[in-house]
Design a protein around this ligand. Structure first.
Ligand SMILES: [Zn+2]
Length: 338
């Protein structure tokens, strides 16, 4: 450790739980922040300041005006420059700490690139916004014995749990399957910046502790910053009947659970979801404040220029206005839920 490191991280080194040895482990650590939205941008900033030696920032989106309310790393200049979030984040992080290595990756996690994006790391931080991706992270983490820290927030509510394969429950021990039907998302229900930063802060604390060699807190924490309620329950430990860590089945990583997507005509993408019954009337009510919605019992059309999304009762959707499969998936996750 250099003299500059000793000075920069002195307050953290003084902290008993960490010490010089813990700080050295952080400097040697490789962490991936997956998704650089409200959770991820906070996590990335905190980990860069704490001196995690190698940070990979993965995100597929660009900075938008509606992000600035809660995505701490970004500012209006990033928006004017039209920067991808991963790139904007890397620039900010380099100003915060130029002594660490930062690798921005503009990409969407899919089974085919999981090894490339999540390999060579000691820990994965969940900054994603949909369950499909979280179950993929869980499959990858469990099959590769890699710790990861789950976190999610919408409205004023948030939840987090650290997963250390072999020692704690994994996501599927607690929630064997992703929630079905329409889920509230930040686009439809809104989200407070205070709950995302709180959840991200708890995730970062767990990450630092695990990286320093301490055990995870072994709790599932849920918070509602509006009602002021904070609840914790003990995580149940690894479950023998868990499909992932018990039976070692990894359908999300093998791509079996991913709804296939295809190009559909000119400038449109179809998401062939079939097992996600959607209440079109309820979805119409959710989407009404953010775009033009027309719905009947057979389909719902949602206009949000330049896109037009048509959703069917079985969950299938056609997204017009793009040929980019990732964009279509991202819109589906944002508006229907993922
Ligand atoms: Zn499990």
């Amino acid at each position: 450790m250099t003299l500059r490191d000793s000075e920069r991280y002195s307050r953290q080194i003084l902290f008993q739980g960490m010490g010089q040895a813990g700080q050295q482990r952080l400097l040697d650590a490789r962490v991936v922040v997956l998704g650089c939205g409200a959770l991820g941008s906070f996590q990335a900033g905190a980990l860069a300041r704490a001196g995690v030696g190698r940070l990979r920032i993965v995100d597929r989106d660009y900075v938008e005006l509606s992000n600035l309310q809660r995505q701490w790393l970004f500012d209006q200049c990033d928006l004017e420059q039209g920067l991808p979030k991963a790139v904007a984040a890397a620039r900010k992080l380099a100003q915060i700490n130029s002594d660490i290595f930062i690798e921005p990756v503009v990409a969407d996690l899919v089974p085919g690139n999981a090894d490339e994006l999540l390999g060579d790391t000691d820990l994965i931080l969940d900054g994603t916004d949909n369950f499909e991706t979280r179950y993929l992270i869980n499959d990858y983490a469990v099959s590769n014995a890699r710790p990861w820290v789950y976190g999610a927030a919408v409205g004023s509510y948030g939840i987090t749990m650290a997963v250390v394969p072999g020692r704690t429950a994994c996501l599927r021990c607690v929630y064997p399957d992703p929630p079905s039907g329409v889920q509230p998302t930040c686009e439809t229900t809104g989200v407070l910046g205070s709950v995302t930063s709180l959840i991200a802060s708890l995730q970062v604390s767990e990450a630092l502790k695990i990286l320093c060699g301490g055990g995870p807190s072994r709790k599932i924490t849920t918070v509602d910053v509006w009602s002021g309620e904070i609840r914790q329950v003990a995580e149940p430990g690894p479950q023998a009947e868990c499909p992932a860590c018990g039976r070692r089945e990894f359908p999300y990583l093998n791509g079996e659970r991913r709804a296939p997507v295809s190009l559909c005509g000119r400038n449109a993408v179809q998401i062939h979801e079939r097992a996600r019954p959607v209440d079109l009337k309820e979805l119409a009510e959710r989407l009404a404040p953010i775009g033009v919605v027309r719905a009947n019992e057979f389909a719902l059309r949602f206009e949000m220029p330049p896109y037009l999304m048509t959703v069917f009762p079985d969950g299938r959707a056609i997204v017009k206005g793009t040929t980019d499969v990732g964009v279509a998936r991202s819109l589906y996750a944002r508006f229907i839920g993922g």
